[in-house]
Ligand binder design. Structure first.
Ligand SMILES: [Zn+2]
Length: 273
């Protein structure tokens, strides 16, 4: 509303100046209405991204793990792959050097709360504390603030998304590929699920705290590469967003239209994430 008023005042000032300069009567109404830039839920929540090229984003949640995350970083480096790590604040506090290494090697670090609670069931103050502490510890480890939030279990209310976006500037990142690796189904199952579900623009969820997930990754990465996929961080993937062909390209919300809304009711937590 403030921004709208700002535009209105600017526009009114411009018209007044114009009227004074030309000595003519100013129009009483603008022929061109300017919509205030409003962040819609679609523009801040992503579970996949519409892209024209075969880019995907691998995401790893719940770390860092003292033993498994460094192994994964070695593997990603060997493949020249950049991924996104949604870290838990209290784990970062224990192993800031691992998160620092990940950031140094080009991976993106996102906020996954301090202790992995269900944000949808918490007070605003408790949520704020969870996010703030994690934001601070990530900045301490990497020198940079995160710009992405993945709510634990994918559980967050629409109202929370809005105020968190307003207060922290975060975009809310869910996923469209879920191998259910937290159930520890074995590396082959994890790999096969990821290969089956991944398409261009996918955001792939898994966890760098389960040995089977890390074991699955060498052959998973080989197979994804063989299929022609290229790997970018979530923020890079978002920057590549193009409007889906079904939407009118002139819309001011063309970028937000490329966001795929959450696949599941966001107030009911799934065990993943
Ligand atoms: Zn999680």
């Amino acid at each position: 509303m403030f921004i709208f008023r700002f535009y209105f005042i600017c526009f009114a000032g411009f018209i007044a100046t114009l009227a004074f300069a030309t000595g003519k009567e100013s129009p009483t109404q603008s022929s061109e209405k300017r919509e205030p830039p409003v962040a819609t839920e679609d523009s801040i929540t992503f579970s996949s991204v519409h892209v024209d090229e075969p880019y995907i984003a691998l995401t790893f949640d719940d770390g860092p793990s003292a033993t498994l995350t460094p192994k994964l970083l070695d593997l990603l480096a060997a493949h020249h792959i950049k991924a996104t790590f949604f870290v838990i604040g209290e784990n970062v506090a224990e192993h800031p050097e691992i998160v620092a290494r990940a950031a140094r090697e080009g991976h993106e670090i996102g906020n996954h709360s301090w202790s992995h609670p269900n944000l949808a069931k918490m007070s605003d103050d408790s949520v704020r504390s969870q996010l703030r502490r994690t934001d601070d510890v990530i900045r301490g480890a990497t020198g940079n603030r995160p710009t992405l939030l993945r709510p634990p279990y994918g559980s967050i209310t629409a109202r929370e998304k809005r105020w968190i976006h307003d207060e922290f500037g975060y975009r809310i990142i869910l996923w469209d590929v879920d191998p259910y690796d937290w159930k520890r189904p074995g590396p082959a199952v994890v790999r096969n699920r990821i290969l089956k579900e991944t398409h261009r623009g996918s955001i792939v969820l898994s966890h760098d705290i389960h040995p089977g997930t890390i074991e699955a990754m060498p052959s998973t990465l080989d197979a994804l590469e063989a299929k022609g996929f290229k790997f970018v961080t979530v923020s890079e993937l978002l920057r590549m967003a193009t409007p889906p062909p079904s939407r009118a390209p002139h819309s001011a919300e063309s970028i937000s239209a490329s966001a795929t809304p959450s696949p599941a009711p966001t107030q009911q937590p799934s065990p993943s994430g």
